[in-house]
Design a protein around this ligand. Structure first.
Ligand SMILES: Cc1ncc(COP(=O)(O)O)c(C=O)c1O
Length: 242
């Protein structure tokens, strides 16, 4: 008998990457920078090459300490992965029971829809209101997990941290995931970011570097591939601004 994938995998539309630039100097698709790596990140990576015959630090300890100092967050509340997308997979792997409801904005960032479906979740989409997340309507959706994409991909609109706090207080979701992949494009980040709320425990904030309650971090450490973030990426991260 031939192996058959689960039905959620069979019905999945494969990801189609943005069209590649015709020459390397002018590609802006997928938010890639045409400036290339900074001189200091490049030299840090070159130095780190001397250690690539060793496994990387599975907990990325130094990198978490560096991010913690930058964002004023306890390193025990930080888990690093190969991008926020990997954390979306890990959070669904650890917390989403088949058939449970996941609420997202409509339209959602694609992986907030695809990944819960892959784990047999029931994705409830709530239409944007004037292009912004309709958080009161999302709170009424009786979901177990909520994704808030802030700023929202694809519209770029922002909800303030007070609105996220009100959502957490009103909604039935035991886990709210605020994806702040584009927060660095927002003015007044301190007022808009949900990062200070993450200390309360029902919230995970994803950055291209990511943050969660210490309890959630402990769970994610159990399910993550131990050596997922390689040593060159860790070195480059230690050398970057978050
Ligand atoms: C809203 C959002 N979250 C997460 C990601 C993925 O980020 P990363 O490169 O850190 O996996 C993207 C990338 O487009 C995004 O738009």
């Amino acid at each position: 008998m031939r192996p058959t994938p689960r039905s959620a995998v069979e019905s999945l539309d494969p990801y189609v990457p943005g069209r590649a630039a015709e020459d390397d100097d002018h590609g802006l698709a997928s938010n890639e920078s045409w400036l290339g790596p900074s001189v200091s990140v490049r030299s840090t990576i070159i130095r780190a090459i001397d250690k690539i015959h060793r496994y990387p630090d599975p907990l990325a300890t130094e990198l978490r300490q560096r991010i913690g100092r930058e964002l004023d967050v306890d390193p025990e509340q930080i888990v690093v992965a190969n991008g926020s997308d990997e954390l979306i997979y890990l959070l669904c792997l650890a917390y989403l029971r088949p058939g449970r409801r996941v609420v997202v904005a409509d339209p959602p960032y694609r992986l907030h829809d695809v990944v819960p479906n892959l784990f047999d979740g029931d994705v409830v989409k709530v239409a944007l209101r004037n292009w912004v997340h309709d958080l009161p309507a999302m709170a009424e959706a009786q979901a177990d997990i909520a994704f808030i994409c802030n700023p929202h991909n694809p519209t770029g609109t922002v909800v303030p941290a007070e609105a996220v706090k009100a959502f957490i207080d009103q909604s039935s979701s035991t886990l709210t995931i605020v994806d702040e992949a584009y927060i660095d494009f927002v003015e007044n980040v301190d007022r808009q970011s949900a990062l200070p709320l993450a200390r309360e425990g029902r919230l995970v904030v994803l950055r291209t570097f990511s943050n969660a309650s210490a309890e959630v971090v402990e769970v994610l450490r159990r399910v993550r591939p131990p050596f997922s973030v390689n040593s060159l990426a860790q070195a480059a991260g230690r050398n970057s601004r978050t």
